[in-house]
Design a protein around this ligand. Sequence first.
Ligand SMILES: [Zn+2]
Length: 378
Amino acid sequence: MNRLENSLKWMRWIAFAVPFVMLFGFQGKERVIHSKPLGTIKTIVIDAGHGGKDPGCHGSSAHEKNVCLAMALELGRKIKEGYPEIKVVFTRDKDVFVELDDRAKIANRANADLFICIHANSASATAYGTETYVLGLHKTDAQAKIADRENSTIYLEADKGEKYKDFDMSPDAIIARQLQLSVFLDQSILFADKLQDEFKTIGRYNRGVKQAGFLVLYKTTMPSVLIETGFLTNRDEEKFLADSEGQSKMAGAMFTAFEKYKAELEGVDYKTRGAQEIADNSVVEKKDFKDQVVFRVQIETSETKIAANSSRFKKHEVFEYQQDKLYKYTVGEFVDDFNAANTYKNELRQKEFPNAFVVAFQNGERISLEKAIKLAEK
Ligand SMILES: [Zn+2]
């Protein structure tokens, strides 16, 4: 073997090995991010908060662990009934204690496409409303307190939280983790937005989509949300959440949000109850497609700006926009033509972007796919 052949052999070996080193070396054992397409939802893990010796928070009589379990089971039942092909996994289906770490492990091992944690909130008697969390840095002390309360479950675990000792939940670590999971973060926010919309539809007060450092979200490697369904410390909300009718309404709203999320990810129209626009603060595009609907295929999301010539875009020319304080990148541009965008998305998924999905814009604003498809049909 001459020297050139020898160095070629090494280069080939490095080209082969580097992606593995990056994947496993940087992310550690339990954190390998699976790369199957997110387009079709095959498995959902539903996580009823607390349980067993950990009752969670409480109102005058209701305990968080019980109301969460009731809503989780009802949501699972609805999904199984509506989509028999989807596998529904519960982290617990009865009143037992499950360690936080194990909840995330159950989701990762199941290779879940979506992880839904259901909780109830606690504060003063005057606080009320629903909020949905995705992993991130808390913006207020109140959000930090909620994360601390939900994370404190670890002290009830067998080793009193010893195994989380080396677990870095510093702001820097959370940001680094968010970046690793950035492709899921956008989808987590998409689902969280839809959940909050549906809670509003059934008359709950919308406290919004928020971010905080929840251990259970940190460890999962798929789109994940944590729902605080209401305050047990508020007399009216306790009554609503402890009642089977209220629980069924909440599970129904979660189910509708899931249906809309699924439809949007899979790029199909969701035909019901009229279009709802995504409430957002998207920043405008330069080109002028006055009143027309423009479909694009989103391939990347990041907390920081990515250079247009970055290797992450695999030589594609990208369109950048900002939403929810994130930079988002799309390829392709299809005016009033959803089908063409959808076909392009499928191509991209098979090649270099398994997580690609279709997004829509009108007059520089991102709008929901269901609304866009209806507008484009006209
Ligand atoms: Zn909780």
